[in-house]
Design a binder for this molecule. Structure first.
Ligand code: ZN
Ligand code: ZN
Length: 211
């Protein structure tokens, strides 16, 4: 008769809480093992945060914020999703940055051609706003631009940390207009070195707490 190989577990006591359990997870019971894994993940996150702070690295969230703020500055502040454009109020939650090609497609997540100011109603409720955005995109950037964004939405775009930092610095430059913003955007994602490839501020000192 064929023997089935069974993994042999020893009955042990958890190294951390002494609960009787089966060996196999570095001497820990399942609950202590998952607790330890969670702690490890939390520590890694903390380490990254500290490293980013030291190096002046920009997080994805801050990059998104800077990008959306730039969109509301370089385009006329009106809803581009409404049938007849309505003016938008600056600095309120309902004034948003609307993506034409969905921002889950990374290719155009930060593309200034793909994002226009709009109201929260259009952004979240009104599906037909999308083709109106497309019309505006062609109006600002030329016939066929919206179609091109759609066709290329699945292309991969990988941004390294230096590019993220450069995009952030660039989006924060209030002297740039719409076209200049796009030109620099294109240079940065193509990997060209730009004046924005340096920290515009001195990185903050690392925190010295030893937790
Ligand atoms: Zn335990
Ligand atoms: Zn609207």
């Amino acid at each position: 008769m064929k023997k089935t190989a069974l993994k042999k577990f020893k009955e042990i006591e958890c190294k951390a809480c002494s609960a009787p359990c089966k060996s196999g997870k570095a001497g820990l019971c399942p609950s202590c093992a998952s607790k330890k894994a969670a702690e490890k993940r939390a520590q890694a996150k903390k380490d990254k945060k500290r490293r980013d702070r030291t190096e002046g690295n920009i997080t994805l969230d801050r990059l998104i914020q800077a990008c959306h703020a730039a969109i509301k500055r370089i385009y006329p502040l009106q809803c581009h999703g409404h049938q007849s454009p309505i003016p938008l109020e600056r600095g309120v939650k309902t004034t948003q940055a609307c993506h034409f090609v969905n921002s889950t497609f990374y290719a155009h997540k930060f593309n200034p051609k793909n994002i226009l100011p709009g109201c929260s109603y259009c952004n979240h409720t009104d599906q037909s706003h999308t083709w109106r955005l497309g019309d505006w995109i062609d109006f600002y950037w030329g016939e066929g631009t919206a179609a091109n964004l759609r066709e290329t939405k699945q292309e991969t775009l990988k941004l390294n940390q230096l590019q993220r930092n450069a995009l952030f610095n660039m989006f924060r430059d209030e002297t740039l207009d719409r076209v200049q913003t796009y030109d620099f955007y294109e240079k940065i994602i193509k990997g060209e070195n730009t004046v924005y490839h340096r920290s515009t501020k001195t990185p903050r000192n690392p925190k010295t707490d030893n937790t």
